[in-house]
Design a binder for this molecule. Structure first.
Ligand code: HEM
Length: 418
C-alpha cells in the first residue's frame, strides 16, 4: 500500500531500466562516441584477469575491509615517508634518458612512467634492472585490461593472463620470504607493508596488489599526459606553472636535488592545474551502480535493482556550475566561491575520484605522482608539439596521435646561452 502511495507521489526517472541490453549498448555508444565517451570498456572488469578477491571485484563487508586497507596504505602521511623519494627516483630514472632534440610520443612515455611507478610502489623494486624486468609483465597485463577477453595464444588478453601468472609468482616469492625471515620494515612497497601490517590470506594478497595496478595505472598515466596537453595549449598557465616549479627547485632544502614534502605542499598553482585537468579530462567519465533499495531523489523514485550511471563528466562540464566549462582555466580554482566546490572528497560538483564507499583510495598518491611528474618534466625540458592532437575517450582515454613532441633539454639551452 505504502508503495503505491509513493509511486503516485514520485516519478520514475527517464530512460530504460535494468542492466543494459544490446540495444542499450548502441545508445551508449552513440551517446558517448563523441567528445565525452566512456570508460565502458574499462568498467567491464574481467575478474579472471584482475582477480576475484581484490577490492574492485568483491562486495559488502569484504569490500569495506579491503577499501580500508588500501586507503590506509596510501593515505597522506604514508606518502610523505614511503612514496615521495621513491617517486622521484623513478621519475629521474625514466625521464632523464632523453637526448637533446629527441622526438617522443609523450603518451607512451607517460604509460611507461606510470608502469615503472607501480612496479616500484606496489612491489618495492627500486633498481633499474629490477623495475625493467617487472615493468614488462605489468605492461602486458595493462594491455590485456583494454582488450577483448579472448584467451588464445596471439591475443593480448592471453598474454596478459600469462603476465598475471608471472606477477603472482613474484608476489608469492615475497610472501614466502616474508614468512621465513622478518623482512625489513618499510621495504617491498605496498606489498611489504601489507605483509607487515595486515593479515590477509595469501590468496587475497596477490589480487589486492593486482587490483591496485589495474585501477591506478591508466588513470594516472593519462592524467599526466592530459595535463601537459592542456598546458601546451594554454601558454599563460604553462608559464605560471614553470615559474612556480623553478622557484620551488631553487629554494628547495632537500639534499641531492630531491624535493621535500614542504616543496610539494608549496605547489599551489600546480594543484589548480591538476584539478582543472581532472575536471576537463577526468578519465573516470562515469561510474556504474545498482540501487540496493528504492531511492528517492527530488521528485523521482529510483526503484531497487535499477542500473545507475552517475555521469561525472556531465557535472564537471555543466555550464551552470562552471563558467566557460569547456575552457582550460586553472585559475577558476583560486576563486573563493569555488573553494568548497573544489573539495573532491565531499563536493557533489567535483568528484574525479568518485565518492562514498568505493571512492578512490589512490587519489592522494596519484596527485603526488602527477605533481612530481610535472615538476621534473617542465624543469628539465621545453618541447615543441610536432603534430596536431585531440582527446578521445573511445575505446579508452587517449590523445589520438599520442602527442608527438620534440624535447629540448633546458640545461642544454642554459649552457648554449653562456
Ligand atoms: C588520476 C588518477 C586516478 C583517478 C582519476 C581515479 C579515479 C577513480 C574513481 C573515479 C574511482 C571510483 C570508481 C567507482 O566508484 O566505481 C576509483 C576507484 C579506485 N581507485 Fe582510483 N583513480 C586514480 C588513481 C588511482 C591509483 C594511483 C590507485 C592505486 C594505486 C587507484 C586505486 C583505486 C582502487 C583500488 C579503486 C576501487 C575502490 C573500490 O572499489 O573500493 N586509483 N578511482
Amino acid at each position: 500500500k505504502k508503495k503505491s502511495k509513493e509511486a503516485t507521489r514520485y516519478r520514475l526517472p527517464p530512460g530504460s531500466r535494468g542492466w543494459p541490453l544490446i540495444g542499450d549498448s548502441f545508445s551508449w555508444y552513440n551517446a558517448v562516441a563523441g567528445s565525452h565517451p566512456p570508460q565502458f570498456v574499462q568498467q567491464q572488469v574481467n575478474r579472471d584477469l584482475v582477480g576475484k578477491n581484490g577490492v574492485i571485484t568483491v562486495q559488502g563487508e569484504q569490500q569495506r575491509k579491503l577499501h580500508g586497507i588500501a586507503s590506509n596504505m596510501m593515505r597522506l602521511e604514508k606518502l610523505k615517508f614511503h612514496f615521495l623519494d621513491n617517486i622521484q627516483l623513478v621519475m629521474l630514472q625514466t625521464l632523464n634518458k632523453f637526448d637533446n632534440n629527441q622526438v617522443i610520443l609523450l603518451q607512451d612515455v607517460c604509460r611507461k612512467l606510470a608502469i615503472n611507478l607501480m612496479v616500484n610502489q606496489l612491489l618495492g623494486a627500486s633498481s633499474e634492472t629490477e623495475i625493467d624486468e617487472m615493468a614488462h609483465f605489468f605492461s602486458d597485463f595493462v594491455d590485456g585490461c583494454l582488450s577483448l577477453p579472448i584467451n588464445f595464444p596471439g591475443f593480448a588478453f592471453h598474454t596478459a593472463m600469462k603476465a598475471r601468472e608471472k606477477i603472482i609468482r613474484k608476489i608469492n616469492k615475497t610472501v614466502e620470504k616474508h614468512g621465513e625471515e622478518e623482512s625489513s620494515e618499510g621495504g617491498d612497497g605496498v606489498l611489504g607493508r601489507l605483509l607487515e601490517e595486515e593479515s590477509l590470506p595469501d590468496n587475497a594478497v596477490a589480487d589486492f596488489i593486482i587490483n591496485l595496478l589495474f585501477a591506478g595505472n591508466e588513470t594516472t598515466a593519462k592524467t599526466m599526459l592530459f595535463a601537459v596537453y592542456f598546458l601546451t595549449r594554454c601558454p599563460k598557465a604553462m608559464l605560471q606553472l614553470l615559474d612556480e616549479q623553478d622557484s620551488i627547485r631553487s629554494n628547495s632544502s632537500g639534499g641531492d636535488g630531491m624535493l621535500t614534502w614542504q616543496d610539494y605542499k608549496a605547489m599551489s598553482f600546480t594543484q589548480c592545474v591538476i584539478d582543472e585537468t581532472l575536471r576537463l579530462g577526468g578519465i573516470a567519465i562515469w561510474l556504474m551502480r545498482e540501487a540496493k533499495h528504492d531511492v528517492v531523489y527530488q521528485d523521482y523514485i529510483i526503484p531497487k535493482g535499477c542500473f545507475l550511471v552517475p555521469f561525472l563528466s556531465a557535472v564537471h562540464l555543466d555550464e551552470n556550475l562552471y563558467k566557460g566549462a569547456s575552457t582550460f582555466n586553472p585559475w577558476r580554482w583560486m576563486e573563493p566561491e569555488n573553494q568548497e566546490k573544489r573539495n573532491w572528497r565531499s563536493s557533489p560538483f567535483y568528484c574525479p575520484f568518485g565518492g562514498g564507499a568505493r571512492s578512490c583510495p589512490g587519489a592522494e598518491l596519484s596527485r603526488l605522482q602527477i605533481a612530481i611528474f610535472l615538476h621534473y618534466f617542465v624543469t628539465t625540458y621545453t618541447w615543441e608539439q610536432l603534430k596536431e592532437d585531440r582527446m578521445s575517450f573511445f575505446p579508452s582515454a587517449r590523445l589520438v596521435n599520442g602527442f608527438q613532441i620534440r624535447l629540448t633539454s633546458r640545461h642544454h639551452l642554459d649552457s648554449e646561452s653562456l
